[in-house]
Design a protein around this ligand. Sequence first.
Ligand SMILES: O=C(O)CCC(=O)C(=O)O
Ligand SMILES: [Fe+2]
Length: 293
Amino acid sequence: MSALPATRRTPDHVAQYWDQGYAIVRGVFSAAEMREAQAESRRIYDLGLQHHATWRHQNVLFEILPEAYAGRRYVLQAHWYAWFSPLFEAMRRDPRVLAVMEPLLGRDIRQVAQQIHWKPPGATRSSGYRFHQDLRFRERQDAYRDLMQSYINTGLAIDPATSENGCLQVFPGSHRKGYLGLADDGPIMKGSTQNDELKAAGLDPAQVVQIELEPGDLALWGLLTVHGSQVNRSARDRAFAIQSYVRADTTDRGEWAFRDGVSVPLGAQPHICKYEALHERPGPFYDETRWWE
Ligand SMILES: O=C(O)CCC(=O)C(=O)O
Ligand SMILES: [Fe+2]
């Protein structure tokens, strides 16, 4: 695959990332590649639909919203589909991804999350993500600069992402406010954040930015960047591929993505990513917790 065009090799997105706490890099993957990715995403969705409840096998997970919720079965997330999708296994460690990440994370990069988030029309309030900072899911550390450039979340638009179908939203500059504790009282996939909670945290609801993306556009945000998304109000799904990359010298978790700038395929055995019990309880098993209630 071709290297990134010269205009995208400039560190504009790096300046935007430091200034705003997020950045958008347009057209990392082509429209033709994204049509294949859309078909592959639908194939993965259909594999998920075969499970009556949330299913895990090693790092692979399908998050299911079962019939008990709204009369139909929905798939909300798939994790680590690289294990059965050669197309997404190649995309997660594509040289164009390295070109975007290298100025921020260097040439030795591990990946700790690979997730598609769908928002099937009909899954209603369970397709929203309350505003939060991803530090919520990580160990607490204090050094702002280290936090912002040791772990970066990326979101690749598979489907067009619009304000109507629940695209990502961010608060520009929120990465300078420290950890705010938003949504610390419960699951993030439940309803949407009330303006009161934002105001109490010193955020002006009017400042929120909608990250509208075309397929193939990549959004970046840091561990301290306040972000979330609303429910899908459109008739179209929103498949969004979230991948988290970590500077390898800061962690022993995650699958390798790049070693000294060289793309590394998955190995014989999975590494611990987010799922701590990977080796003691590899599965497969179902989790029938009624978290949506
Ligand atoms: O899918 C989205 O819109 C946001 C998801 C998110 O922020 C997360 O999973 O941490
Ligand atoms: Fe998040």
